[in-house]
Design a protein around this ligand. Structure first.
Ligand SMILES: *Cc1c(COP(=O)(O)O)cnc(C)c1O
Length: 372
């Protein structure tokens, strides 16, 4: 059996007529850049989240960078980010001229450990960026309390967590602003690059919208210099067609995760730990395995796609070599990174497929244990 890591074709086939109609409309109206389809998606997504403003842009990386610019984060500032994330979270901090300051993660959830944040706060700290990594909501109760105590702003990176909740409330509604990615493989994915910023702060929203479109809110009325980071009409229409299906897709992901959890219980392998107040929307399903190289080889031979999110924690990447991080600086992130393995996860998977993945994984791990 061949099992892909995600199956975007299966998803397209399940809603083909809706997607094809959406694309045909945009082309018929040649509403290619921003325009009514982008605006419609912004309104629908804001309503779905329960936030006042949504500003769509070209991708999730731009969303982080533009929202930091809108908040006035720049040279001389420090921004607190988790040691485990995709590099967009930290590279955008550097791009606005600020310094990313890493905080270790919780060894169980891989999310930024709130108990380690305060030791990293200095008089230069301006912002905390929690990342709802793998699809699980970070501890927004503790993070917001720390931010309030130190008068810091919070920007939630929700790129992997559309629809995840903390204490029953949607991620993106806790911080001063939040960002999303609609990269095709994300839980809500466009058919190309796309992203969005959301906030209840009207001033931040206005600033972000201006920066996205050359510093203008009205054509040829440039208030400031900005850039070009807009949503294509085609992507807006596709996202609008997909949004009504998102809750059902999330439920399917959660059911698949429960099946994985059940089949892997008592196996000795670590499966995702979900905090009591959090929900997890399983952008990826991460287990920990011994002898990962050998396990990956066996999965590959069995036709099972897999990945690592991510092979190296951020502080140990080359761009941050000047910070001279040692394993003792971020012990949880460092300890986890050689063992984590992401198994296939997408709504259209079948129970049979999950059983095949788990059987292959357990057979491999047991044979390795016998041979050593
Ligand atoms: C995907 C991702 C981004 C960036 O989104 P793009 O749309 O690919 O630019 C940012 N942060 C995290 C955590 C991501 O997973």
């Amino acid at each position: 059996m061949q099992i892909p890591f995600v199956d975007l074709k299966a998803q397209y086939k399940s809603i083909q007529s809706e997607i094809d109609a959406a694309i045909a409309n945009v082309i018929a109206e040649t509403a290619f850049i921003s325009g009514k389809y982008a605006r419609a998606f912004e309104a629908e997504f804001a309503e779905w989240l329960g936030v006042e403003h949504c500003i769509a842009c070209a991708n999730g990386t731009d969303a982080l960078e533009i929202m930091m610019q809108s908040m006035g984060v720049g040279p001389g500032d420090e921004v607190i980010v988790p040691a485990c994330s995709w590099i967009s979270t930290s590279e955008t901090v550097s791009f606005v001229g600020a310094k990313p300051v890493f905080v270790d993660v919780d060894r169980e959830t891989y999310l930024m450990d709130p108990s380690k944040i305060e030791a990293k706060i200095t008089d230069k700290t301006k912002l905390i960026i929690p990342v709802h990594l793998h699809g699980q909501a970070a501890d927004m109760g503790q993070i917001m309390a720390i931010a309030e105590k130190h008068n810091l702003r919070v920007l939630e990176d929700c790129a992997q967590a559309h629809g995840a909740t903390w204490e029953g409330k949607q991620v993106s509604t806790f911080g001063h602003a939040a960002t999303f990615s609609f990269y095709p493989g994300k839980n809500l994915g466009a058919y190309g690059d796309a992203g969005a910023m959301v906030t209840n702060d009207e001033k931040l929203a206005g600033m972000a919208r201006m920066i996205c479109n050359h510093g203008q809110l009205k054509k040829h009325t440039h208030i400031m210099e900005g850039r070009n980071s807009r949503l294509d009409g085609l992507q807006g229409a596709i996202l609008s067609a997909k949004l009504p299906h998102l809750d059902a897709w999330t439920t399917a992901r959660q059911q698949h995760a429960a099946t994985y959890d059940r089949l892997l219980a008592n196996s000795g392998l670590k499966t995702p730990t979900v905090a009591a107040d959090a929900t997890h929307v399983y952008h990826v399903y991460v287990v920990e395995v011994p002898e990962r190289e050998k396990v990956m080889q066996a999965l590959k031979e069995a036709g099972i796609a897999h990945a690592i999110h991510y092979p190296m924690p951020l502080p140990y990447l080359k761009p941050y070599a000047d910070q001279q991080a040692t394993p003792a600086d971020y012990p949880a992130a460092y300890d986890a990174h050689t063992r984590i393995l992401s198994l296939p996860m997408y709504p259209e998977m079948t129970t049979e497929m999950i059983e095949y993945v788990v059987n292959t994984l357990l057979t491999t791990v047991r044979s390795l244990a016998v041979s050593t």
